[in-house]
Design a protein around this ligand. Structure first.
Ligand code: BJW
Length: 239
């Protein structure tokens, strides 16, 4: 795997860098992706887009909690990989840097990234289904019910058919439209509106570089597709 001279020069000169990540950035840490690779997430016979849906939340909140509790237990011992660390390093390297992730695992934060825009929420938080009070589960168990209003709690993640956190996509798209270099790392590019961000960057004149072992629906709009694992490919940018 080689990085073209053009990309190296753009990387060296970039002023405003925008990175969008997906499940593939955590794959080398051992976190299963949602799609592809033979490890499509299934929980007790239910595909992830059924169990991680607004409909299932309405129908069976305990089942949704069981699925997310299982994943949090699994994530507890998982560490960031070279890709998370390289991306964290970039925040010091460029005058302007924006990291937008679709991941809920918190591994970018664990690697030292600051101000991460989490489009799909965070698995370590619960929130009240009514008053939206937030509870940090990284420091211990969640309460049985909301301490403010007594209503039920739910995982603070964005399920299929739900809106993204207020303002998150608008802020992300504003940064995408101002960047000069955009990296799209480890996402299948199938889930919207997140998958629209590279299109916004491209339309605004940015050079768009994808990092993924496989081609995706976004590949055709990218100026470069670096076919490989995120940790291995991003490490090549270290000079
Ligand atoms: C590696 C690697 C390595 C492997 N290195 N890479 C327009 C058209 C049609 C439908 C829609 C539309 N706009 C919106 C919709 C509806 C829907 C949607 O997009 N559906 C499509 C699937 C068709 N979107 C929504 O519902 C969103 N809400 C919304 O739009 O609100 C407005 C609205 C409301 C009601 C109706 C309509 C509109 C919300 C989306 C929320 C997504 N939630 C999930 C679950 C989160 C909770 C949980 O964790 O369970 O988020 S789904 C799942 O997919 C998760 C991910 O964040 C998301 C994206 O997946 P990602 O990250 O791309 O992972 P994978 O697994 O797909 O791909 C991994 C990639 O890594 C692969 O390419 C591998 O090759 C690669 N890889 N190893 C680098 N080592």
């Amino acid at each position: 795997m080689q990085i073209s001279e053009e990309l190296r020069q753009r990387f060296a000169r970039a002023q405003r860098v925008f990175v969008l990540t997906g499940a593939g950035v955590s794959a080398e840490s051992g976190v299963p992706t949602f799609r592809g690779g033979g490890h499509t997430a299934v929980w007790k016979g239910l595909p992830f887009d059924v169990i991680s849906s607004a409909e299932m939340l309405e129908r069976n909140l305990p089942a949704v909690w069981e699925w997310f509790d299982y994943r949090r237990d699994f994530l507890e011992s998982i560490l960031p990989n070279a890709a998370h660390y390289e991306i964290a390093h970039w925040q010091e390297r460029f005058p302007e840097f924006t990291l937008v992730t679709q991941n809920v695992d918190g591994l970018h934060h664990k690697a030292g990234s600051r101000d991460v825009i989490e489009l799909h929420g965070n698995i370590w938080r619960a929130r009240c289904i009514d008053c939206r009070s937030s509870y940090d589960m990284s420091k211990g168990k969640r309460p049985e019910a909301c301490l403010e209003c007594g209503d039920a709690l739910r995982p603070d993640v964005v399920l299929f058919g739900e809106m993204l956190p207020a303002g998150a996509f608008e802020i992300a798209s504003e940064h995408a439209s101002r960047c000069d270099l955009c990296f799209v790392v480890g996402t299948s590019g199938l889930v919207y509106p997140a998958a629209g961000l590279p299109e916004i960057a491209k339309a605004a004149g940015a050079y768009v570089c994808e990092v993924n072992p496989e081609q995706t629906p976004l590949s055709s709009l990218c100026d470069a597709t670096l076919l490989g694992k995120a940790g291995e490919v991003l490490s090549l940018f270290r000079s």
